[in-house]
Design a protein. Sequence first.
Length: 163
Amino acid sequence: MDYQPFLLGFAVFVAVYLVFFLIRVFADMYLVTVALLCGVAAYGIEGFNFYKEYRELLIESGISKYLSLNLSTTPDTGSIAVVAFFIIMVGVILCLPMLPFSATYRAMLGVERLTDDEERRIRRWVREEIDREEEYRQSRQPHSEEYDFPIQPTFPPLQEKRE
């Protein structure tokens, strides 16, 4: 019976780890789902004639009174923009708790480094795009005496690294 505390501790450790692993795995899916539902809700303002329901929700919740919003009974451009703004705010507030677990968000912030292969591949794509843009600019450049100067690179340090 001495092994029970160890097994209990190990089970708790594994459970906590698995919960955070699952949160991390499904965080991006959660963000996409919330964004999709907010998009459907925004489409429903005029597409499904839900404006009256949204207006009632804003009035009954006290938000329109607190912010001194006068929403018209018929949907006009300003009222639709106000309702769409509140849909955006609800979506952002729902997504905030999941952002630290999102792989996309962590990559954008640079929390997780890319592997060497991924970094090489991205550098190659950037290099190809720069070469393609330079070829396009050279093909579009008129051949006259006033354009005899070479094209100055936009990013000199990047140009030096490529060579």
